[in-house]
Design a protein around this ligand. Structure first.
Ligand code: PHE
Length: 354
C-alpha cells in the first residue's frame, strides 16, 4: 500500500510540473487523458491494484487519488485561463482596428418643409374628427369654376390665371385645366357622399402668375369642408381659431385670430382669417409688416348655389369651408421670406429642417 501511495504522490508532482508547460488547448486535452483517462490513464493504471488492498488502505488510497484528480482538473482550468489570456492579448495587439476612432456618421434625411407643414395642418383636423379626401390635379372647368358659383363669364375667373390643357376637353367640350385651388374637391366629395361631411383635402394647385418671392406657378393648399345640419359662422370661427392655436400656440405662446369680410364666389359670407404675429408678439416686424397680424386663410359659409350644384339640399344642410395656403404657413412658421427657396431644393436650405 505504501508503494501505491508513493506512486500517486510521484504522479502528483510529475503531473503538476507538466501542466505549467502545456503550450496550447489541444495539449491540455492530451494531458488530461494521459493522467485521468478512464482506461489508459496513469492514475487508472495505478488504481488497478486497488482490489488487493484492505478496506482502510483502500480508503486512504482512494482519498489521495481523488485529491490528485481534483488537483489535475484545477491545473487544467488554470492553464486554460492563462492560454486564453495570451491568445486574446496577442490578437488585440495585432489587430489594426482602433476602437477609439469615431464611427462613420449616418446622414439622416428629413421630410421637405412643405410636406411637413401640410401634414401638421392635416393632423390638427384629423384629431378634430375630419377625414382626408383627395382630388386630381387636372380638373374640369365645371368642378374648378362653374359648380363653385363661377358662371362661364364670371369676372372672378380671371383672377385665377388658369393653365388650360387646350387639347383635352371634358364631356361638354370645355378644355380641362390644372386646378387653381383645392375647392373642386368640395364638389367631388359632396357629389359622392351624404352629409354629415367633415373633410380636409391637401394638395397641389397651379396658377399662371408672375413668379416672385410670394408667388409661384405651383403651390399647395389644404381645403376644409364641413356640411351638416345647423352649421353656423360660430362653428367656423371656433374650429379655425382652435386650429391656429394648435398649429402656432403652445409653450406660452398665445395666438389670437381675427376675421375680416372678404369675397369668394363660392361662399357667403366670405371671411379671411388673420392670426396675431407670433414672431414679434405683435410688436410689429418685417413678416407682419408692422401690423401685428398675418393673413392665414380664406373661408366662409358654403354658398347655397354650390350646395345645390353638388347635390346637397340647401334647405336641409349648410356648410362652411376654408382654404389654407401651405407655403404661407410654412414661411411664417419658419421665418422664410422667399417662397422660391422651397422649390429650389438647395440642400443647404433643406438641411435646416432635417
Ligand atoms: N379656394 C380659395 C382660394 O384658393 C380659398 C377658399 C377656400 C376660400 C374655401 C373660401 C373657402 O383662394
Amino acid at each position: 500500500m505504501s508503494t501505491l501511495l508513493e506512486q500517486i504522490d510521484a504522479l502528483t508532482s510529475e503531473s503538476l510540473a507538466e501542466a505549467s508547460a502545456l503550450a496550447d488547448v489541444e495539449a491540455l486535452d492530451v494531458y488530461r487523458l494521459k493522467y485521468l483517462g478512464r482506461k489508459e490513464g496513469l492514475l487508472s493504471r495505478i488504481l488497478m491494484s486497488l482490489p488487493r488492498l484492505t478496506g482502510d488502505e483502500k480508503r486512504e488510497v482512494g482519498k489521495r487519488a481523488n485529491a490528485l484528480k481534483v488537483a489535475i482538473e484545477s491545473a487544467v482550468a488554470r492553464r486554460r485561463q492563462v492560454l486564453d489570456d495570451v491568445r486574446i492579448n496577442a490578437e488585440l495587439s495585432q489587430s489594426k482596428i482602433d476602437l477609439t476612432l469615431p464611427g462613420t456618421p449616418v446622414v439622416r434625411g428629413g421630410l421637405h418643409p412643405l410636406t411637413r407643414v401640410m401634414e401638421e395642418i392635416t393632423d390638427v383636423f384629423i384629431r378634430l374628427g375630419f377625414s382626408v379626401a383627395e382630388g386630381p390635379e387636372v380638373e374640369t372647368d365645371d368642378n374648378n369654376f362653374t359648380s363653385l358659383n363661377h358662371p362661364p363669364d364670371h369676372p372672378a375667373r380671371d383672377s385665377h390665371d388658369t393653365f388650360y390643357l387646350k387639347e383635352f376637353t371634358d364631356g361638354a367640350g370645355r378644355p380641362l385645366l390644372l386646378r387653381t385651388h383645392t375647392s373642386p374637391v368640395q364638389i367631388r366629395y359632396m357629389r359622392t357622399h351624404t352629409p354629415p361631411v367633415y373633410i380636409v383635402a391637401p394638395g397641389r394647385v397651379f396658377r399662371h402668375e408672375n413668379v416672385d418671392a410670394t408667388h409661384s406657378y405651383v403651390f399647395h393648399q389644404v381645403e376644409g369642408l364641413a356640411v351638416d345640419t345647423d352649421i353656423s359662422v360660430a362653428d367656423l370661427k371656433g374650429v379655425l381659431t382652435l386650429f391656429a392655436e394648435r398649429l402656432f400656440g403652445g409653450q406660452g405662446t398665445v395666438v389670437k385670430t381675427r376675421f375680416r369680410p372678404s369675397f369668394f364666389p363660392f361662399v357667403e359670407p366670405g371671411l379671411e382669417m388673420d392670426i396675431s404675429c407670433t414672431l414679434c408678439g405683435q410688436k410689429g416686424c418685417r413678416v407682419c409688416k408692422g401690423t401685428g397680424w398675418v393673413e392665414m386663410l380664406g373661408s366662409g359659409l358654403v354658398h347655397p348655389n354650390v350646395l345645390r350644384a353638388a347635390g346637397c339640399d340647401p334647405e336641409k344642410y349648410s356648410g362652411w369651408a376654408f382654404g389654407i395656403g401651405v407655403e404661407r404657413v410654412a414661411m411664417f412658421k419658419y421665418g422664410v421670406d422667399d417662397m422660391r427657396l422651397f422649390y429650389e431644393n438647395d440642400i443647404r436650405f433643406l438641411e435646416n429642417f432635417a
